[in-house]
Design a binder for this molecule. Structure first.
Ligand code: GRF
Length: 185
């Protein structure tokens, strides 16, 4: 099958990235990960780039030259889609416009609820009954683009930030791949 050239952006542990790489190795999965962009040179997630020999680039999003370099690499590698998998920085409007193709993000709440940071703390404070994750298109407004899919679960009285995070991340691992299949297969 012809696979879509994909770049994944990360900042931390990269557990979503790992799942995406493993799925992408499957013949029927519609993406090929050709580049990893990371906001932090010490990020744990870079070990997955090294393990599977995927080229990676450390991106300082506050630096215009670094932004230009990423855009050049995206062009050279003919990247058609960017997946933000735990990328904790905000992409500039200029970057989003210059790339000009689809960018997808995974967010650990049921959008439009709980945009931005400190998601789990805020969910617990509001005593929500349900939570989950959302895969959506990235636009110039934070956590605002069209939603591709959401996955949810009921919050237990005993849940705390740590357990909510764990349950949400377990949902995320399949949700991101399901969203890709929904869009491209
Ligand atoms: C995920 O929970 C994602 O929703 C959030 O950052 C976390 C990244 O985890 N934006 P990892 O780096 O994929 O392990």
């Amino acid at each position: 099958m012809v696979k879509i050239n994909t770049c994944v952006f990360i900042s931390g542990k990269g557990t979503n990235l790992k799942k995406l790489i493993l799925n992408s190795l499957n013949y029927n999965f519609p993406i090929k990960i050709k580049l990893i962009v990371c906001s932090n040179k010490y990020a744990d997630g870079l070990k997955f780039a090294k393990k599977w020999s995927i080229p990676y680039f450390i991106f300082d999003n506050k630096n215009t030259l670094s932004e230009k370099k990423v855009l050049t690499q995206l062009k050279n590698k003919k990247i058609n889609i960017i997946l933000l998998a735990g990328y904790m920085k905000i992409l500039s409007k200029r970057f989003i416009r210059s790339f000009g193709k689809s960018i997808l993000n995974i967010h650990p709440s049921l959008l439009p609820k709980f945009k931005g940071l400190n998601t789990f703390e805020n969910i617990l404070k509001k005593q929500e009954k349900k939570t989950g994750c959302t895969v959506h298109f990235v636009t110039e407004k934070l956590d605002e683009g069209n939603i591709i899919l959401k996955r949810s679960f009921y919050i237990d009285k005993k849940d705390d930030v740590k357990s909510l995070k764990k349950k949400t991340q377990n949902l995320e691992y399949n949700a991101f791949s399901e969203a890709i299949i929904k869009l491209f297969r």
